[in-house]
Design a protein around this ligand. Structure first.
Ligand code: NAD
Length: 363
């Protein structure tokens, strides 16, 4: 039977995937609950990313629906600024809401930043996840009708050669402080499942793209620089291969796992869109030229090869057979259509980009 959620705690919901996930859920007929978005608003988080949701579903739109209260009112969204390492803040949320599901997006996420300063990644990604698990364990007291979902990455599996793909049985072999911290969190989630019976699932997804992604990440960075006519830094030979998935296809996969995923199970999620970075840059150049009326040749001249990231993983690819066969998931957004829509979004949202960049960026 499908799980239902009346009060879903979403952490890191002011970030890229979390904000898209929250917007996606409010567009569904089969989600009628309340979402509590808990985010520390680091440099990567912005409340602006959910301004539309806040206006439509936030408490200014009516009395917030809490556990046991009538759901006649419109308000179904609450934002709380808090760090997932803050146990007392989390306990207050559990006092306020009868939380029946947790989706943990909150994390430090930029590989380059993790190489420059790993300690923050240990704090947010490992200590944060463990604190959240511990509060859930204590507050849920062995109830089997709750679910903790950990949003993880394919980077925990390390790197691939020319062929093959990762699936749920691939050995963990993280190679950056970021992926090592995400791998540690996955192990902690598994341990809470085995040691305390905490109902939990994990998803290991490939690279996401789409609206509201921080402009320090590869695709938005290239688009923003192309729109501004600035040099495009491409690491090394540009032949690193990533498996891309539109963020809304990821959101749909997460919702399927939340409703029907098997407790204790991991799900590998990928779009089957393997592209070398340099090929992707060339496609983005074509799209920006078309969508922003720019000259293709002068955009191509902006490409600049810069020294490679230390220990740069060469290739990621994902075999999503489990989620496809067990949960009936398949990506619905074609890569080229998704890229074009993303280019248009960044072209039309320069104020959002400026606001995020003003909070500080690594590169
Ligand atoms: P993001 O950097 O855009 O957002 C992360 C959010 O977490 C931000 O809003 C930030 O303020 C918040 N945050 C950070 N530390 C926090 C803390 N200690 N307490 C509360 N909030 C905190 O990241 P994203 O790209 O949206 O990624 C979300 C999750 O998905 C991460 O766990 C990431 O590892 C995972 N993931 C990302 C991708 C991808 O391609 N972006 C792919 C697979 C998995």
């Amino acid at each position: 039977m499908d799980r239902t959620f009346r009060a879903l705690l979403v952490t890191g919901g002011a970030g890229f995937i979390g904000s898209n996930f929250i917007r996606y859920l409010f567009g569904l007929d089969d989600f009628t609950g309340t979402i509590i978005n808990v985010d520390a608003l680091s440099y990567a988080g912005s409340r602006e990313s959910l301004a539309d949701v806040e206006e439509r579903y936030g408490s200014s739109a009516g009395t917030l629906v809490r556990s046991g209260s009538s759901r006649d009112q419109a308000a179904r969204y609450a934002f709380r600024m808090a760090d997932i390492r803050d146990r007392s803040a989390l306990n207050e949320l559990f006092d306020e809401f009868d939380v029946d599901g947790i989706v943990n997006f909150a994390a430090e996420t930029h590989v380059d930043r993790s190489i420059a300063g790993p300690a923050e990644f240990v704090q947010a990604n490992i200590v944060g996840c463990q604190t959240l698990l511990d509060v859930a364990r204590q507050r849920w007291k062995g109830r089997g009708d709750r679910l903790f979902h950990q949003v993880s990455t394919d980077e925990v599996f390390g790197t691939l050669g020319e062929t093959g793909s990762f699936n749920e049985d691939s050995p963990y072999s993280p190679r950056s402080p970021y992926s090592a911290s995400k791998a540690s969190a996955d192990f902690m989630v598994r341990a809470y499942g085995h040691s305390y019976g905490l109902p939990a699932t994990i998803s290991n997804c490939g690279n996401n793209y789409g609206p509201y992604q921080h402009p320090e990440k590869f695709i938005p960075r290239m688009i923003v620089k192309l729109l501004a006519g600035e040099p495009l830094p491409v690491y090394g030979d540009g032949l690193q291969v990533r498996d891309w998935l539109h963020v809304n296809d990821h959101a749909r996969a997460l919702w399927l796992i939340l409703r029907r995923g098997q407790e204790g199970r991991s799900y590998a999620v990928g779009g089957g869109n393997e592209r070398a970075n340099m090929a992707l840059v060339h496609r983005l150049i074509d799209l920006v030229a078309e969508e922003a009326g720019k000259d293709t040749a002068s955009l191509r001249s902006l490409i600049e090869n810069v020294p490679d990231r230390p220990g740069h993983d060469r290739r990621y690819a994902i075999d999503s057979a489990r989620i496809r066969t067990e949960l009936g998931w398949a990506p619905a957004i074609g890569f080229d259509d998704g890229l074009r829509e993303t280019v248009r979004w960044y072209r039309d949202h320069s104020a959002w980009v400026t606001e995020l960049l003003a909070k500080g960026t690594h590169a």
